[in-house]
Design a binder for this molecule. Structure first.
Ligand code: GTP
Ligand code: MG
Length: 246
């Protein structure tokens, strides 16, 4: 039977790119997938553009304070609507829907539960700026070591999650999580297999990045706290994973 796949575009104030992003998916997606946009309470014109595009969407009534909130809704929505796979694209058009098949393949082969599109495997396309790269490199190394699984692009939102990952996060692990370091560590403690595939990312052309100066300073501190939090929960996560009917 064909897997039911849902691609979700995360949007927060992406009025300059969201239309392109939806069009890009419709014209170039390399997989057969439904499409949903999740808006994180934007206050620009993007929500009107999403409505005009005639795409299904969910609009958060309040901003969740970062993109992790969208991923939580996405996992829950995929679970409630019985999808086998959830693929994630950012609404700033940095992720190429023509590469979605790369993310999907390890899931179809049952070789991974979470697939991350990494820009640092082939080192092509947008590599982000020096300090952010150093942060990603350092924390990817730390999380790889703790998780026992190789991760190079910890902050990449370009990911696919299979039914096991959806079930675990939407049904069993109903707590707060941060999408980068902590989510991957929790996944690994839950026995979920993480695999990376090479992708080419584009630079953000318009709009505002989530990573401003304040976030750049907070990133290492928050990452350390969330890693520590995940380590403290390790046994509980294993119990929850064992209780999950995959
Ligand atoms: N800033 C921000 N972005 C959000 C939020 N919720 C969802 N997003 C979306 O999350 C996605 C990723 O955010 P980005 O700021 O692009 O983060 P990034 O891609 O890691 O950073 P850049 O490479 O600088 O673009 C974008 O599509 C945003 O529209 C939120 O609350 N704040
Ligand atoms: Mg971005």
């Amino acid at each position: 039977m064909k897997p039911r796949i849902l691609t979700i575009i995360s949007n927060f104030n992406e009025q300059r790119e969201i239309e392109n992003c939806i069009r890009n998916f419709r014209e170039h997606a390399s997989i057969e997938s439904d499409l949903l946009v999740i808006d994180n309470s934007s206050f620009d014109k993007s929500i009107e553009l999403i409505r005009a595009a005639g795409v299904d969407y969910v609009a958060h009534p309040v901003n969740t304070g970062g993109s992790a909130g969208v991923i939580k809704t996405a996992l829950r929505y995929s679970f409630m609507h019985d999808y086998d796979v959830y693929c994630h694209l950012d609404g700033d058009n940095q992720h190429d829907p023509a590469e979605l098949h790369r993310l999907l393949q390890p899931i179809l082969d049952d070789a991974a539960d979470i697939v991350i599109g990494s820009r640092f495997i082939n080192k092509e396309g947008f590599q982000s700026f020096f300090f952010r790269r150093m942060g990603i490199f350092t924390f990817s190394g730390l999380v790889s070591w703790l998780a026992g699984q190789k991760i190079t692009d910890l902050t990449s939102g370009f990911r696919a999650y299979n039914r096991r990952a959806i079930m675990f996060f939407a049904h069993q692990y109903k707590h707060e999580f941060e999408a980068c370091a902590q989510m991957l560590l929790i996944s690994s403690f839950a026995g979920l297999r993480i695999q990376e595939v090479p992708v080419v990312m584009h630079p953000r052309r318009t709009g505002k990045s989530e990573f401003n100066l304040i976030k750049m300073i907070k990133f290492p501190v928050y990452s350390m706290i969330s890693i520590f939090g995940a380590l403290l929960q390790r046994d509980r996560i294993k119990e929850l994973a064992n209780a999950t009917q995959f």
